[in-house]
Design a protein around this ligand. Structure first.
Ligand code: NAD
Ligand code: AKB
Length: 315
């Protein structure tokens, strides 16, 4: 049977995407992989294997042995964590992608998915309604690795016909996993603090606008892109993708409607400079035109859904 391999499946995106893939294709067809055994308990609905993607012999063996035909490569070091150890972040983010693209070429895989990020943009990029094509001078190691990764994806598509597809996600907000070291992750943590009845200390300024998206929209976009006919996928670097744009003061107001005594304080740290280098909002006209992208959630609809479901969710 042909298999779908998810690398970095236990993270924020992977936990939800792997479940959707298993519902769609059947759990026996999906192999979730992540760094350590502790992740196994998340995957009682599909296969799970421990895999460090930097162990290329083990990864190649798994791809061959299991007749893997599609790879979702999600493992990466995110923006804030990346700045703490830039060379490690570059090594993981870059070399794991190059390895996956090589595997796709060698084994003639059907499709590869690899996420890019709004982190490819930088301080000289137009900030409002950032277009698909514009100046990109990222100043984080994470952003540099995503920008280079986009070029490699397009290169493997053009030179070797590898069917690789990608989205430049905004900050993703889900309640089913804990934050993973990103600059936008304050917007995940804030809901946990509201429900716990604790004051939230925000590491960004109250007026720091960033593009964001609720996880169900991100999953929908990913699966829509992966199921689009090849000829509709006209961009093989990575698509701009947009849903909501808000600042900490807006998400705070949205939560106050449900938790009127919730308190917030603002203590910007090194992540403020990263946020300042990223767009406020994104123009995703190409995704709308090429494969019909349209988000379902605005800020208040997302807040309501999270606050209703998070208290009953067990990690
Ligand atoms: P995350 O940090 O929550 O999850 C990453 C997962 O990869 C973790 O489970 C980790 O254990 C695993 N991993 C790390 N090193 C590994 C290795 N060597 N081998 C195998 N697994 C390894 O990140 P996420 O938020 O789920 O992001 C997933 C992808 O989406 C990343 O490529 C990220 O750049 C991209 N992305 C995420 C966001 C967001 O807001 N979360 C936005 C834009 C792009
Ligand atoms: C991060 O903040 O690093 C991620 C991203 C936007 O890529 N959430």
């Amino acid at each position: 049977m042909e298999k779908i391999l998810v690398i970095g499946a236990a993270g924020q995106l992977g936990s939800e995407l792997t479940r959707s893939l298993s519902e769609m294709y059947g759990g026996e067809q999906v192999i979730a992989t992540d760094l350590n055994e502790a992740a196994r308990s998340k995957f009682d609905y599909c296969r799970f294997e421990v895999l460090d993607i930097m162990n290329q012999d083990a990864a190649k063996d798994l791809i061959k042995r299991e007749n893997v035909k599609q790879i979702y490569h999600l493992a990466a070091v995110l923006s804030a964590t990346g700045e703490k150890n830039p060379l490690f972040a570059w090594d993981l983010n870059m070399n794991s992608l190059l390895f996956v693209l090589e595997m796709a070429k060698e084994f003639k895989l059907d499709k590869v998915y690899w996420p890019s990020s709004i982190a490819v943009f930088g301080p000289n990029t137009p900030k409002v309604n950032t277009p698909q094509y514009c100046v990109k001078e990222p100043n984080t190691v994470y952003g540099i690795s995503k920008q280079a990764g986009e070029r490699w994806c397009e290169y493997y598509f053009q030179k070797f016909n590898v069917d690789v597809r990608s989205l430049r996600y905004p900050g993703l907000i889900g309640y089913k996993s804990l934050p993973g070291g990103g600059t936008t992750d304050y917007a995940v943590d804030i809901y946990h603090k509201a429900i716990a009845g604790e004051k939230f200390s925000c590491f960004l300024r109250e007026d720091s606008y960033l593009p964001m998206m609720y996880m169900p929209d991100a999953i929908k976009a990913t699966l829509d892109l992966m199921h689009a006919p090849s000829e509709s996928v006209k961009i093989r670097s990575s698509y701009n993708l947009s849903a909501i744009s808000f600042a900490p003061k807006d998400i705070y107001q949205s939560i106050l409607k449900h938790y009127p005594s919730f308190e917030i304080e603002y203590k910007p740290d090194f992540r403020q400079a990263i946020a300042d280098s990223w767009p406020d909002s994104i123009d995703d006209t190409c995704a709308q035109k090429d494969w019909g992208w349209k988000p379902d959630y605005d800020l208040d609809k997302m807040t309501k859904d999270i606050l209703e479901n998070l208290p009953n969710f067990s990690f």
